[in-house]
Design a protein around this ligand. Structure first.
Ligand SMILES: *Cc1c(COP(=O)(O)O)cnc(C)c1O
Length: 404
């Protein structure tokens, strides 16, 4: 960790640089930006209309710090439906400014300086930043190419007597993988054994389109662990999600944390002093979105499966090794065979080279790893396959033309 140089370690500083630089360079070259992971189209029309009508009907002041009653009820109903968890909307649901604030408040409420936090690496860049804010240590478990599944022994070895939190993102950004049942069960056992708190980042919960759907929090529902273990896991699990990816509203900044009342109260204590409460009219609109999630969510997952398939097929057509995605917005592939052709020696150089020579911006996966671990992910690039079909088709056409 940096000493005296600020709160972010070198990895955090490096990551923000490459994300910003890639987008700036993409804009300067008129490149198709398949780097940043946000949709280029809106969520459901009725949800947008609800936001306008909420602003026009006086819903413009603070809500309660825990969030509006209507949105808390909608989140509880949605989680009961998709995960089989019964939640009291008053004590077990906290509305936050995006999953970002939900993750931040959850981590800060359970982690103390000197604690260890287990994460799967590569990981969403906010994780390292917040663990660093807390003065805690990141314990990354590598998801190695080409399958990006954790090794059970390495997972076990990452837990120490100082492990207080385990932060799992499933479905996974950047690799597009979903946790297999065996890993989910092992995680459940390790979390309970070490009396840690499990924080699950489920922003892609409705973007599963293939394979094993063993959501960590639904293990019990699916009879994958015994009832007793499931109950003990439930007592120590905070689920974080948001409207950003599910309802294509990344700019609205509406998210939530759910879990046992005691843990939610802890996160709430921190959250209240970060932002108090998120935008009131947008809470109303997201409530409408969740109350009418069908068939939107099913269509979204099916559509994303098709978009991801288009990218997978194109990259395979270029002779690249591709990790078949089961969820999330992303497709990852190994671009090493193209180094010589593009005159680069690593995937950091590849990003600007692809912008300049192919007119397409992608992000290197090594940017999602700690500085000391980046090398093992070199070559692998992330394609944000969440863009509209026309954008993706043009991006893939450009890649084929420049590299095929
Ligand atoms: C997008 C994303 C987030 C942030 O979600 P917001 O609700 O927009 O704050 C968190 N975690 C992962 C893995 C993401 O991809």
């Amino acid at each position: 960790m940096a000493s005296g140089g600020g709160l972010l370690d070198d990895a955090g500083a490096f990551r923000s640089t490459i994300f910003d630089e890639t987008s700036a360079l993409a804009a300067a070259h008129g490149a198709i930006n398949l780097g940043q992971g946000f949709p280029d189209e809106d969520g459901p029309r009725f949800m947008l209309d609800e936001a306008v009508s909420a602003i026009g009907s006086g819903q413009n002041q603070y809500t309660a710090a825990v969030g509006s009653p209507r949105l808390r009820a909608a989140v509880a109903a949605q989680q009961l439906e998709t995960q089989g968890r019964e939640l009291d909307p008053d004590s077990q649901v906290l509305i936050t400014v995006g999953a970002a604030e939900g993750l931040t408040a959850s981590l800060l409420s359970v982690v103390s300086p000197g604690d260890d936090v287990v994460v799967l690496e590569p990981y969403y860049d906010l994780y390292a930043a917040v663990v660093s804010f807390a003065g805690a240590n990141l314990r990354p478990v590598p998801l190695r190419p080409p399958h990006f599944a954790p090794d059970p022994d390495e997972l076990r070895a990452a837990f120490t007597e100082r492990t207080t939190a385990v932060l799992i993102n499933d479905p996974h950004n950047p690799t597009g993988t979903v946790l297999d049942a065996g890993t989910a069960r092992l995680l459940a056992e390790l979390v309970v054994e070490h009396r840690a708190v499990l924080i699950t980042d489920e922003v892609y919960e409705h973007l599963r389109f293939k394979g094993d759907h063993a959501s960590l929090v639904a293990l019990n529902e699916r009879s994958l662990i015994d009832h007793d273990l499931a109950e003990r896991l439930d007592e120590r699990t905070l689920v974080v999600s948001s409207a950003s990816k599910t309802l294509r509203a990344t700019g609205w900044r509406i998210g939530w944390v759910t879990g046992p009342a005691e843990l939610v109260t802890g996160a709430r204590a921190i959250k209240t002093y970060l932002t108090h409460s998120p935008a009131a009219p947008l809470q109303a609109a997201v409530a409408a979105g969740l109350e009418n999630l069908h068939p939107w969510a099913e269509d979204l997952a099916a559509e994303q499966g098709e978009r991801s398939r288009l990218v997978v097929d194109t990259l395979r057509g270029l002779g690249l090794t591709v990790a078949d995605p089961s969820g999330s917005y992303y497709v990852v592939a190994d671009f090493t065979p193209l180094y010589e052709r593009l005159g680069v020696t690593d995937s950091i150089g590849l990003s600007p080279a692809l912008i300049e020579k192919a007119g397409v911006a992608l992000l290197p996966i090594r940017a999602f790893a700690s500085a000391g671990h980046a090398e093992q992910f070199d070559g692998w690039m992330r394609v944000a396959a969440c863009k509209q079909p026309a954008t993706l088709v043009e991006g893939m056409r450009r890649l084929r033309e420049a590299l095929g």
